[in-house]
Design a protein around this ligand. Structure first.
Ligand code: FAD
Length: 341
């Protein structure tokens, strides 16, 4: 793979605009794209620059066009048969070509499996830096650089990183952390189609078949209510009670890492620094102590309800409603009340 030398003494003024490298799967725009557009809009407004979103794909114009209703000034549609589904080589090469042509100042990528794969490759080819797994982005009022904050040392401190000399400034951003851009009836921006120079020989790994997992998909990122269980459940059976409450509320089931490590529940349910970051309307933490690594993934929830038998549990320090008691008494009482005719 070609790797650019780190840019030294480049003309920073040649770089404009805030970009989101968007994602589609099977022709459907992914929610992380709308979240990054929400954050990108704020950054672009502060810098008085344009917000652009780039989507790779093939024969999905009408889906891509919808992004004009989420506050984008420009939607770049990178259209090519070799971009119809994800490939590391195809996506990396296409994004690099367009970035080199248009020179954005800031590039945001989702910290998803796709973004974590291509983000560092794109940065390396452009000879710039990348801050991975950001949870907060701000513009420095003094010099207009982006301040990129991410957890460091196992989540024990938050590091703020700047990219002083190279452009674009690139970040991967955790899904579920940023507020989504709001849908608008009118579309003010423009759509441009870019056809990258790609050939079969550029792509070393071929997609043979997509096999969907049969198990129920857990969608913690989009859930409005999450009922989450911790070690206080004592066993895998404890999750039956959590599931029961979740069913009554139309909620998803979350978990602390302790339960995943104990083998009580699948890792796809884990909330936290090394699990999924969530921001539901209501997060109900049952038998979860409130370790910093768990809080890192859920403290942006609108309302946090905690059930814990220890009044000193740290979760009570951040919750909106706290119930001190045994979850085996509290949860059945909640279910009974909610299902009362
Ligand atoms: P505990 O801390 O053991 O808490 C159990 C709680 O249940 C206690 O507060 C207890 O009072 C209460 N309880 C017990 N019985 C009952 C009862 N009958 N009724 C009511 N309450 C009861 N953790 C995560 O969750 N997500 C992560 O992504 C994550 N990432 C990590 C990354 C790193 C690098 C490291 C080092 C750790 C990470 N952890 C993560 C682990 C984290 O530090 C904690 O160990 C974990 O969150 C604890 O889970 P817990 O709250 O379920 O268990």
């Amino acid at each position: 793979m070609e790797r650019a030398k780190v840019n030294q003494g480049i003309d920073l003024s040649a770089y404009e605009d805030v970009w989101v490298l968007g994602e589609q799967r099977e022709g459907k725009i992914q929610p992380v794209t709308i979240e990054l557009m929400g954050e990108g809009r704020k950054l672009a407004d502060q810098l008085q620059k344009k917000l652009a979103v780039v989507i790779p794909g093939y024969k999905i114009e009408s889906e891509v066009e919808k992004l004009l209703h989420y506050g984008a000034d420009i939607v770049y549609y990178m259209s090519h048969p070799l971009l119809s589904s994800f490939s590391t080589d195809g996506y990396t090469s296409a994004f690099v070509q367009l970035i080199q042509k248009k020179k954005p100042e800031i590039v945001l990528v989702g910290a998803t499996s796709i973004g974590r794969d291509i983000g560092p490759r794109i940065a390396a080819r452009l000879g710039t830096g990348l801050t991975a797994d950001c949870t907060k982005l701000e513009i420095d009022a003094e010099d207009g650089k982006i301040l990129q904050t991410r957890p460091a040392f196992g989540g024990n401190l938050m590091a703020t990183i700047v990219c002083p000399k190279n452009r674009p400034q690139m970040s991967t951003v955790r899904p579920g952390v940023m507020e989504k851009a709001i849908h608008q009836e009118t579309a003010a921006g423009t759509m441009e189609t870019f056809i990258p120079d790609l050939s079969e020989n550029d792509i070393r790994a071929k997609l043979v078949e997509i096999i969907k997992e049969e198990k129920k998909q857990v969608n913690l990122t989009d859930a409005r209510i999450i009922v989450s269980g911790g070690r206080g459940l004592k066993s895998a059976e404890g999750f039956h009670l959590i599931q029961e409450l979740a069913d009554v509320l139309g909620a998803e089931v979350g978990s602390s890492r302790a339960c995943v490590e104990a083998g009580w529940i699948d890792a796809s349910h884990q909330v936290g620094q090394t699990g999924t970051t969530v921001r539901p309307d209501i997060y109900i933490a049952c038998g979860i102590s409130g370790a910093i690594q768990h809080l890192a993934g859920m403290n942006e929830s609108k309302y946090i309800v905690a059930i814990n038998k220890d009044p000193e549990a740290p979760i009570f320090g951040i919750c909106d409603y706290g119930i001190v008691g045994d979850l085996n008494d509290v949860i059945p009482a909640m279910i009974a009340k909610l299902t009362q005719k």
